[in-house]
Design a protein around this ligand. Structure first.
Ligand code: PLP
Length: 416
């Protein structure tokens, strides 16, 4: 009895209860009730996250890994507990596989600098896909440029899915590393990530998965996915800004050179040279974002209390409902329409610039994003300079999608 009740509870969200945890959702935008559909860019914060940060600063706070005094010890304990909680959330084998960084961008740069660059030689290649965010393109361009290597790109099909055959045939001996999004921030495409990682590994190629858009909306099990590295972003998963996580298999992290130098990442510093800590501290130079890590742990605890399966199925319902509404609208064209979609719906409207559409929606209190979404090569692929993007979070509802459709009908009236 008890078991079946739990299963039922974890497959659906009590959406009113959820929304009441996010004070920002009660606010107004342009004097209208807020409809927040820019979760791909960043998410609103639940009270438990706000409270965790307030409590830290209010009840006593010290620097971590430094003092023997009570405040330092207590803060260190909370900071390291956060690491343990996030390791459990991602199902990492060990908390030492969790490196705190500034965000997904820094996680990717860290791997590019400390793992890939020392192993890359002239004529080698790094493989990415056409649907990557700039933060999963530019670090690889920089590394390839420095080493005389080439950045290879797997194309995206018109429906927004990766071309599986091109992916397979791209895995040549020249490719020394592959970096792929789990979920596209523009198209919403959910890549068959476990399969792609397995293909890379069969070819002997280590893989980083950019999970910035996946971790907020689906269960991520790094052991099951099998990637060597997995990057996540705190502010996109209801946590604070300025914190993210690089998960790395311990054996990979252990063979990596330091990223930044400074305090806390060393065991010994002499004029003749320094010795470095083992991971993860080797990669956490200087005072880390302590409140960020503790806030992110509170966000993770919140997500776990809802159940990631429930979050995923709720979001899927809302996003699929929204996509269906948009598909039925005149002059609205979805950019990519993948079978497996999570989070984002991108579209263009015939005769209306995306920025004009977003501005008119904003006047109705509806927050969407217009632009290239940090994915200019993908815009080029679809032959558009920009799109409008509606991206859902766990607190959005079907009626907010109705509000979006209603707002778009207004846009069509203004631009006949
Ligand atoms: N990767 C993807 C797919 C993203 O959507 C984003 C942010 O938009 C990033 C990486 C960068 O994340 P962060 O803001 O944590 O650096």
């Amino acid at each position: 009895m008890h078991g079946s009740h739990q299963v039922e509870k974890r497959l659906s969200l009590d959406i009113e209860a959820v929304r009441s945890c996010f004070p920002a959702l009660e606010g107004k935008a342009r004097g209208k009730p807020l409809v927040y559909l820019d979760n791909g860019a960043t998410t609103q914060k639940p009270l438990c996250v706000i409270e965790a940060i307030r409590r830290l600063y209010h009840e006593g706070y010290g620097n971590v890994h430094r003092g023997v005094h009570d405040l330092s010890e207590r803060t260190t304990q909370q900071f390291e507990n956060a690491r343990v909680q996030i390791a459990a959330f991602l199902n990492a084998r060990d908390a030492r596989e969790i490196v705190f960084v500034r965000g997904a961008t820094e996680a990717i740069n860290l791997v590019a600098h400390s793992y890939v660059e020392p192993r890359l030689e002239e004529g080698d290649a790094v493989l990415v896909t056409e649907m990557e965010h700039h933060s999963n393109i530019v670090p690889w361009q920089l590394v390839c440029e420095r080493k005389g290597a080439e950045l290879l790109v797997v194309p995206v099909r018109e429906n927004g899915e990766l071309d599986a055959d091109s992916f397979r045939s791209a895995l040549s001996d020249r490719v020394k590393f592959c970096s792929i999004a789990h979920v596209s921030n523009v198209l919403g495409t959910v890549n068959p990530i476990k399969h792609l990682v397995a293909l890379c590994h069969e070819a002997g190629i280590p893989v980083l998965v950019d999970g910035a858009q996946a971790a907020p909306r689906m269960r991520v099990d790094v052991q099951e996915i099998g990637a060597d590295f997995y990057a996540i972003s705190g502010h996109k998963m209801y946590g604070p800004t300025g914190i993210g996580v690089l998960y790395g298999k311990y054996e990979r992290l252990a063979e990596m050179i330091p990223y930044q130098g400074g305090g806390d990442m060393i065991t010994e510093v002499r004029w003749s040279g320094s010795k470095f800590q083992a991971p993860p501290h080797r990669f956490e130079a200087g005072t880390p974002n302590i409140a960020g890590a503790i806030g992110l742990a509170a966000a993770v605890e919140y997500l776990e209390s809802l159940g990631m399966d429930a979050v995923e199925s709720h979001e899927r319902d809302v996003v699929e409902y929204g996509a269906k509404l948009l598909r039925g609208m005149p002059r609205v064209r979805l950019i990519g329409d993948p079978l497996e979609r999570a989070g984002a719906i991108s579209f263009v409207i015939e005769g209306v610039h995306p920025h004009d559409a977003a501005a008119l929606l904003d006047a109705e209190g509806i927050a969407v994003r217009a632009g290239h979404h940090c994915a200019q090569p993908l815009m080029e692929r679809y032959g558009v300079p920009a799109t409008v993007r509606a991206s859902v979070g766990l607190y959005n509802t079907r009626s907010e999608m109705d509000a979006l459709a209603h707002g778009l009908r207004r846009v069509l009236e203004v631009f006949p």
